[in-house]
Design a protein around this ligand. Structure first.
Ligand code: SAM
Length: 273
């Protein structure tokens, strides 16, 4: 049984000629049971405002609406707008579509003072950049109550990575510092149209109420320098930020490499800068 009485997504795609474009990271989810499962990871959505990036033909959007959310969706591909208008009409205006680029969008202004949930099957080419901008939001706690996001499995592993692993890097430090992040489930390539080359994963991130005190922008700079040359010793990789002298201030051995530092140690370095 369908989650709504709207036409199947394959028909919508055909009628509106929405052939997927690689340049826009378009891998569509057409199974409404699966989009329903993604939406459920965000918790109770009844009367919640959800911001969705890249609704495309609207598979995830329909699941969010069916679960009671009010949705603000930002889509860059103008070809999708007519299909999305049909969904908006069906749900009597509970869907507001913004035609534009998510990278130029002021998300906290869209939230307009209420706590929103962000839910998206992100275009792979801008997903990491968007996540970092949400993690570096000011003020903190941020304008969102949670982020429920589909990434390539390899990116999802970097988000939840712990020290001393190959996946641990800037993304793991920033996500672990400010949020509790977990991978909730994997989605195989064949679930998408067209299928991507790799497995995807849904990641759910909940902001920590009181992360260790630190200037987000400075931590961003420290992690960028340290992991920019991750195979090098820290005295070399963060030379431009003070190198050995800075490391001595917080008692970190200058011959260590970035991937061995805990989040607490990165925060201490940023605070010493
Ligand atoms: N939500 C749909 C689904 O799950 O089937 C589509 C997901 S598809 C992976 C990514 C979507 O993001 C596409 O609809 C694409 O046009 C859109 N998109 C790509 N870059 C974007 C950007 N910079 N801003 C807003 N939307 C973008």
């Amino acid at each position: 049984m369908s989650i709504d009485s709207l036409p199947p997504l394959r028909e919508v795609i055909q009628r509106h000629e929405l052939m997927a474009k690689k340049s826009l990271g378009q891998n569509f989810l057409l199974d409404l049971n699966l989009t329903g499962k993604v939406a459920r990871q965000a918790g109770d959505l009844k009367d919640q405002t959800v911001i969705e990036v890249g609704p495309g033909p609207g598979g995830l959007t329909r699941a969010l609406l069916a679960q009671g959310a009010n949705v603000i969706a930002i889509e860059r591909d103008e070809r999708c707008l007519a299909a999305l208008q049909e969904i908006s009409d069906h749900y009597h205006g509970r869907l507001r579509v913004i035609a534009g680029d998510a990278l130029d969008t002021d998300f906290s202004a869209l939230a307009n003072g209420s706590k929103v949930k962000i839910v998206a099957n992100l275009p792979y080419n801008v997903g990491t950049q968007l996540l970092i901008s949400w993690l570096l939001s000011e003020p903190w706690p941020p304008f969102y109550a949670s982020l429920t996001l589909m990434f390539q499995r390899e990116v999802a592993e970097r988000i939840v990575a712990r020290p001393d692993s190959d996946a641990y890097g800037r993304l793991g430090v920033l996500a672990g510092w400010r949020t509790e992040a977990k991978i909730t489930f994997d989605v195989p390539p064949q679930a998408f149209t067209p299928p991507p080359k790799v497995t995807s994963s849904v990641v759910h991130l909940v902001p920590r109420v009181a992360p260790l005190a630190c200037d987000a922008a400075v931590l961003g700079r420290v992690t960028q320098a340290a992991f920019g040359q991750r195979r090098k010793m820290l005295r070399q990789s963060i030379k431009s930020l003070g190198g050995e002298a800075l490391l001595a201030k917080v008692g970190i051995d200058p011959t260590r490499r970035a991937e061995t530092l805990s989040i607490e140690e990165f925060v201490a370095l940023a605070n010493a800068l």
